[in-house]
Design a protein around this ligand. Sequence first.
Ligand SMILES: [Zn+2]
Length: 341
Amino acid sequence: MTFSRLKKLEFHDHLDGSLRPLTVWEEAQKNGVNIACLTGETHPTPESTEKWLKSAAASRNLNSFLEKFALTTAVLQTEESLFRAARETVHDWHAVNTVYGETRFAPENHTAGGLSEERAVEAVAAGLKAGSAETGVRTGLILCAMRQNCRSRKTAELCLKRQDLVCGFDLAGPERGFPVTLHEEAFRLLREAGFRGITCHAGEDANEKAVSLAVEAGALRVGHAAVFADQPLRERLRERLIECCLTSNEATRAVSDIRCHPVKTFFADGIPFLLCCDDRLMCNTDLNREYARAADAFGWDESVFIEMNRRAVDFAFGLTDDEKTRLKAEIGESVPSDANL
Ligand SMILES: [Zn+2]
């Protein structure tokens, strides 16, 4: 089954995890990034570098998966490279019929070349705007704070300051040892300001308690939640949306096999979710592949994916109510009459 003709949303797509392989290589050459030093190869080539990045799919755990980002963030330290990455992301979404997409990145990881965090945000936003003008894809930008650092409050402040460019806040990075509670100040600041676009990685490398903490912190959406939740948590998740990343969860060993993924129980339990890619480069995937894998694993057909996207529209961070109404109609145009989620 192929799903290329379906109109799709993308909510969970990391800018630095979804670069085109050739972009990584070219930006490394242009900016003097020593690929050999990062990959351990004596004579790296474009092909060997791509292979190394995609070997993330055979990682042993989340931390070994995250090691690949040392290279992709190293090549994204200029306004030009950030602009290029964002613009290409929109074109890559367009290629699989994504009609609305949100990318995310951590400004704190892009200041080594002298950029301020705010300039980094402006460069990514400009790239999204250019890509959107060229393709018609609507876009949103989420800023990530890294769990292992102490800058989440600063990132939250930047979200509030630049709401003209930013629609969401996320907490990302290694879960173990860095619980959501370490970043309560950032979440409180956003909640008190009435900032609605809060998402949080949780339940990727931790248990359902982590998911529960993310919900309590104010997350409207939860990234991954690849854990089986108990009934009280399930009740609360019916008011949230799970950003579900099947191939990524398999790569980081969050699940041993996607057929065991809890999304199948979320589906049955009426918990909103959206299939997303997480890191298209490292996971060697795109939304068409994610849909095909889910169809194969869970027996879902087109009607399930259409309804999944239609319901997800309400959880988009970067759309007005009018835009949501229009987008729902656009996605629902071809809803089969027997669609039943
Ligand atoms: Zn992620």
